[in-house]
Ligand binder design. Structure first.
Ligand code: HEC
Ligand code: HEC
Length: 202
């Protein structure tokens, strides 16, 4: 019987010990540097072109990264920015990244005009009952902090929030059926602007 080459045992040794998670951890740490170039230090981006990732529930981030990787979220911005990079991430790295961002502290943005914020607060907490628009708190949490697959919307850039609300009205963001069918269809541009202004500062 031929003897297995030494490299075989070396690989077994790597797989059999904790050095694999360590290697995975290094991958995650390297990736974070790349992500933060756009998404900001600790996932708190300065520009509304890039969503904040800090404090986002891990499961939501994980799901979105997989949706970019399978090219399911397909407007021009994720196509240009997220398709390429997500293709390089394996499931374990995605999980590690999602856990890292979930642990970062969310930082709210600037407040808008008091009138707009008051209108936004009402939509966030009560919805628009006359039009059957549900309160955002029902799914996104009492403080917009999100949970599981429901994203944190508190503290997010208003411009990004409005962009996504409009996006649910197209085929470019095919997931989030509840947002499509129950929320955005009946919302006016002014209502979107108000709720986004309120959430940015929350
Ligand atoms: C070159 C800039 C750039 C880099 C680098 C980048 N992103 Fe993004 N990312 C974007 C843009 C732009 C969007 C918003 C896409 C949209 O408008 O739908 C986005 C969206 C996201 C979203 C969706 C957020 C949400 O609230 O739905 C996640 C999650 C994300 N990126 C994670 C990452 C991770 C993790 C990395 C590193 C592996 C990374 N990004 C690297 C530009 C970038
Ligand atoms: C019935 C549950 C439900 C309600 C009510 C709801 N949402 Fe959502 N929302 C979701 C889910 C689920 C997603 C994630 C969809 C996905 O995976 O793409 C989402 C995604 C979003 C996003 C995209 C966030 C991001 O980071 O890209 C925004 C913005 C948003 N919701 C705003 C609102 C606002 C504003 C309201 C209230 C007017 C609201 N939602 C009410 C379930 C809900």
């Amino acid at each position: 019987m031929r003897k297995a080459p030494a490299i075989f045992f070396a690989i077994l040794a790597i797989l059999g010990t904790s050095s694999l998670p360590a290697a995975e951890q290094t991958l995650v740490e390297r990736a974070i540097h790349v992500c933060n170039a756009c998404h900001g230090e600790g996932g708190v981006s300065a520009s509304p072109a890039y969503p904040k990732l800090a404090g986002q529930p891990a499961l939501y981030t994980q799901e979105q990264l997989k949706k970019f990787r399978s090219q399911g979220r397909s407007d021009s911005s994720p196509q240009g920015y997220m398709w390429g990079i997500s293709a390089l991430l394996d499931d374990a790295t995605i999980t590690g990244l999602a856990e890292y961002y979930a642990e970062q502290k969310a930082v709210p943005g600037k407040a808008g005009s008091p009138k707009l914020m008051a209108q936004g607060k009402q939509i966030f907490e009560e919805g628009v009952p006359a039009k059957g628009i549900p309160a955002c708190t029902q799914c996104h949490g009492r403080n917009g902090e999100g949970a599981s697959v429901f994203p944190r919307i508190a503290g997010q850039h208003a411009e990004y929030l409005v962009r996504q609300l409009n996006e649910f009205n197209t085929k470019l963001r095919p997931h989030g059926t509840v947002m499509k069918d129950n929320v955005v269809k009946k919302m006016t541009a002014d209502e979107m602007k108000a709720v986004a202004a309120y959430l940015q500062a929350k």
